[in-house]
Write a protein that binds this ligand. Structure first.
Ligand code: SAH
Ligand code: SF4
Ligand code: F3S
Length: 454
């Protein structure tokens, strides 16, 4: 038991939570901040030093995991004689557990993604000089223990499902987040209603495999994600529903149909494919192939022709040949993605792919990533350009960089900067009718037409 730089018993009074990685971590980060605030601690304003820094970490690729240690070093140096207490939360905490204390002695708390409701206790123990760690994975105790939410941005996240049973051979998530669990329907409806009361106009349902969500509605009938979406559709002040990330194998007829039937469900689908080569997909244990993926996209487009498709890609998976990489480029052209995330394969400790023959040289990965990103960039630009001249509703999220300018999202999740004579009356959280006037690969510019009555 060592001192953590904090006076015994005093405990930190101010905090900052810094989240890395996916949107589920963003959600968790917000919830941890609420937990600490509920115990009387204050969030530090930008630019001020906090007595407790929570690093909510990501383990998905080597570089994400290494960021933690450089951040810990930076905090220790910047704090001089009074470094902040550091709590490591998230997926690196789960993967490395108490080993973190050995590698970074200035860390006081290690807390996994399934036990962060115990963060305040752990902080108190660390303040008393203990090294406090908790990486248990109880089924769903966490959500019940979290405080109720009182304030919300116009666009809010709501975690409905956690964990993954898919075991793609490259991926750490099944190990860091545990088995798939679905939060109960009634808890989700309560949280959604509270978010809407607190100002949310859009809710994004989150899960590592969000479309694997299952539950029972109020009458005890078994429902899937489409049933949850239909129930949310009836909340009067909620204007938009989104969900992410979906897995091709958990797509149901009902979910596809929802895109044609539920007015509030936005025309956007994030459906990672990873590769266009069936041999590589098999080695990745993805259990779908290029053809079945394309068929799914066609079926979504049949009910919602304007749906924006987004995906994730990995280049340089062990054994990927030039010809197999070309198959990925062909699939990209066949789908015409509106948006996408692409990564170089990163071997992760404990995953089967890290042991595979045929690891790809870094230069080859670089070259493939560049070519893939150039192709994806062409498609997003084309998608955005095709929107020019259209009118659409934008949910206003914040002020833009220029005076009188606002930034919001189109139904297709494009960032839209807009201004114009009516802009003075606009407020954050408004739904505004905008005419799209110009497009770049990452955003659009538009002109206010009118406010949409709430
Ligand atoms: N559950 C989601 C995504 C989880 S991680 C899904 O299956 O779609 C987000 C993305 O990170 C993955 O889709 C994949 O493209 C990428 N990724 C995961 N592990 C990786 C690794 N070891 N190296 C490079 N990229 C990886
Ligand atoms: Fe990882 Fe695959 Fe699970 Fe996605 S589906 S979280 S890529 S194991
Ligand atoms: Fe990263 Fe964990 Fe999310 S590894 S991507 S923070 S589930």
């Amino acid at each position: 038991m060592r001192q953590s730089g904090i006076t015994q018993g005093a405990g930190p009074k101010t905090f900052r939570v810094k989240s890395f990685g996916c949107q589920m971590n963003m959600y968790d980060g917000e919830r941890m901040a609420e937990l600490l605030a509920a115990r009387g601690m204050s969030p530090t304003p930008e630019g001020e030093e906090a007595e407790l820094v929570v690093l909510n970490t990501c383990h998905i690729r080597e570089r994400s995991a290494e960021k933690v240690y450089s951040e810990i070093g930076r905090l220790r140096k910047a704090g001089g004689a009074h470094p902040p207490m550091v709590a490591v939360a998230g997926c690196v905490a789960q993967a490395e557990g108490e080993e973190i204390f050995a590698r970074a002695p200035s860390v006081g708390v290690v807390v996994g993604p399934q036990s962060y409701h115990r963060l305040p206790e752990l902080v108190a123990r660390a303040a008393a000089g203990e090294r406090a760690a908790d990486t248990d994975m109880p089924a769903d105790a966490k959500f019940a223990a979290l405080p109720k939410r009182r304030r919300s941005a116009p666009s809010a996240f709501l975690t409905v499902q956690e964990g993954c049973d898919k075991f793609c051979t490259y991926c750490v998530v099944p190990y860091t987040r545990g088995a798939e669990i679905s939060r109960p329907f009634s808890a989700l409806m309560d949280e959604a209603e509270r978010l809407v009361d607190a100002g949310a106009r859009e809710v994004t349902l989150l899960g590592q495999n969000v479309n694997a969500w299952t539950g029972e509605d109020r009458r005890g009938r078994a429902i899937g994600l489409d049933g949850l979406i239909a129930a949310l559709d009836s909340l009067p002040q909620l204007h938009r529903i989104r969900y992410t990330t979906s897995h091709p194998n958990d797509v149901t007829e009902g979910l596809i149909a929802a895109h044609g039937e539920v007015g509030k469900l936005m025309p956007y689908l994030h459906l990672p494919v990873q590769s266009g080569s069936n041999r590589v997909l098999k080695a990745m244990n993805r259990s779908h192939d290029g053809e079945s993926y394309l068929l799914l996209i066609e079926r979504f487009r049949a009910v919602r022709p304007d749906i924006a498709i987004s995906g994730d890609f990995i280049v340089g998976f062990p054994g990927e040949s030039d010809a197999e990489f070309e198959e990925t480029l062909r699939l990209v052209d066949a789908v015409g993605y509106a948006q996408a995330y692409s990564f170089k394969y990163s071997p992760r400790p404990g995953t089967p792919a890290a042991q595979m023959q045929g690891q790809i040289a870094p230069e080859v990965m670089d070259e493939r990533l560049q070519r893939l990103q150039a192709a994806l960039g062409r498609h997003s630009l084309a998608f955005n350009q095709a929107s020019v001249g259209r009118r659409c509703t934008v949910l206003v999220e914040r002020a833009g960089r220029r005076p009188g300018q606002w930034l919001g999202k189109s139904p297709w999740l494009q960032s839209v900067y807009f201004s114009g004579p009516g802009a003075a009356a606009v407020r954050i959280g408004d739904m505004v009718e905008v005419e799209l006037a110009a497009a770049g690969p990452n955003s659009l510019e538009g002109r206010v037409l009118e406010l949409v009555p709430a």
